[in-house]
Write a protein that binds this ligand. Structure first.
Ligand code: AMP
Length: 432
């Protein structure tokens, strides 16, 4: 017989006869072999967290003494929730007749696909912490982990990733340079929808900046970034410093090829080698099953995809659509450099691309004519200096051959004042 462990359950209900739902579950629980319900806290009215509009919760906690392993106790809780009529097809944060959360199981740390103990969201929830304190739970035995967990140390992040991997979790990684906006948030949301753990990296990577570029003044806003990631329910944010990523003597870099030729590769020599090197390093540390990039940087996606294929890295690349301002301007951390007038002017890039897409949809298949359709619009905006405008093959962005274009993507870079803006659209495929 395994030794008895003190465990704490969170109790909640906001559908039907809430108190009866909770009391019935506790009676059923007390009859499960290997479970003793030792004490139950008072139940309190609590406002719902997230989800659709719904009624208040009744919340509390119970102290159990149990010889069941944590996973078996969790299975019992799920069964009781099911018996109470909970519909598990509904997303999280929907109204529910019964919610039983395993909050603490002795002083164990459990981090598997099925179970996270201590409960990861309990530390910021008074309606969980107050009943636990009422029951005399020793919270000092546990480290209060904020969400997202902010990790600066490379070894610590590697250890966390390893724990997730060994726990059977599918991890999604979202590499960013911070100054997060709705575009980044869309990547985190895509990861959250299909992964057990979501990690975001915030690292302004010196290796991908040229000597005359904006590395030093690139916008940095970690506090706001962490707040955005809290709202998007990311599990961890990795914020290494450059010295830890590139220690003394660092000299190995990944070479890039055809995908990095022209466009950004021509405008920013060395940029893509710096990008794929840091991506490879982040993947090696985080070992995710999926990694998320935005179409906003379409050439970057093509270069990274090639690197993953060539080096056989076992990770699925997910490409997410461009998120735009209402004006059409593609969201970018560098938009912070723009004055309101420049911001308005920058929206011409999308109008130009959209004009080419309209021409394509009207049957125009001539590359020169499609480029001219975009150039005419973009050229009409004073203060926007075109750097390149290109039609490339969708996917790998290879240059197009002669003859009619079939499935092209049009890519643009332009300067507005000192700020470089990028944008692109597929001419044949619908943008979500
Ligand atoms: P950055 O922080 O600029 O390196 O971007 C990090 C990731 O977010 C990259 O994969 C970008 O392509 C993606 N991203 C940046 N802006 C947008 C946007 N407006 N829509 C969608 N993804 C974006």
């Amino acid at each position: 017989m395994p030794a008895a462990v003190t465990a704490f359950l969170g109790l909640g209900s906001n559908l039907g006869d809430r108190e009866t739902n909770i009391r019935k579950a506790l009676e059923r629980l007390a009859r499960v072999p290997g479970v003793e319900v030792a004490t139950v806290s008072t139940l309190r009215e609590t406002a719902p967290v997230g989800g659709p509009a719904q009624g208040a919760f009744l919340n509390g906690a119970a102290r159990l003494v149990t010889s069941l392993p944590a996973a078996a106790l969790l299975a019992v809780c799920r069964e009781l929730e099911r018996e109470a009529g909970r519909d598990f097809r509904l997303p999280r944060n929907h109204p529910r007749p019964l919610d039983l959360d395993l909050l603490l199981y002795g002083d164990e740390i459990i981090d598997t696909r099925e179970l996270q103990v201590p409960h990861p969201r309990m530390w910021e929830r008074g309606f969980v912490l107050d009943p636990l304190r009422e029951l005399g739970a020793d919270l000092s035995a546990h480290e209060a982990v904020p969400r997202p967990r902010v990790v600066r140390d490379v070894e610590e992040f590697a250890a966390l990733s390893t724990r997730w991997l060994h726990g059977g979790c599918v991890t999604g990684l979202v590499p960013t340079m911070g100054a997060l906006h709705a575009g980044h948030a869309s990547l985190v949301r895509a990861a959250r929808a299909e992964c057990d753990r979501v990690a975001v990296t915030v690292f302004v990577n010196p290796l991908q900046f040229g000597p005359k570029e904006d590395y030093a003044r690139y916008p940095r806003s970690l506090e706001a970034d962490v707040e955005l990631l809290r709202r998007e329910d990311a599990d961890a944010v990795f914020v290494p410093d450059a010295a830890a990523m590139y220690g003394s003597g660092f000299c190995s870099q990944v070479a890039v090829g055809a995908e990095a030729e022209g466009m950004e590769g021509a405008a920013r020599p060395g940029h893509f080698s710096g990008v794929v090197t840091v991506v490879l390093k982040l993947l090696a540390i985080a070992r995710p099953a999926r990694v998320y990039f935005g179409s906003k940087d379409a050439q970057q996606v093509a270069v990274v995809r090639r690197m993953l294929t060539d080096l056989g890295f076992p990770v699925a690349l997910r490409e997410c659509p461009i998120v735009r301002e209402p004006s059409g301007l593609a969201m970018s951390s560098r938009n912070a450099y723009l004055s309101p007038e420049q911001r308005a002017a920058g929206a011409v890039l999308y109008r130009g691309l959209a004009a080419a897409r309209d021409a394509f949809r009207s049957g125009d298949r001539d590359a020169a004519a499609l480029l001219q359709a975009a150039r005419a619009v973009i050229g009409s905006e004073r203060g926007v200096e075109l750097e390149y405008l290109e039609l490339r093959r969708e996917g790998d962005l290879a240059p197009l051959g002669p003859g009619p274009v079939l499935d092209p993507r049009m890519l643009v870079a332009a300067r507005v004042g000192h700020t470089r803006l990028l944008d692109n659209v597929s001419l044949a495929r619908a943008e979500p």
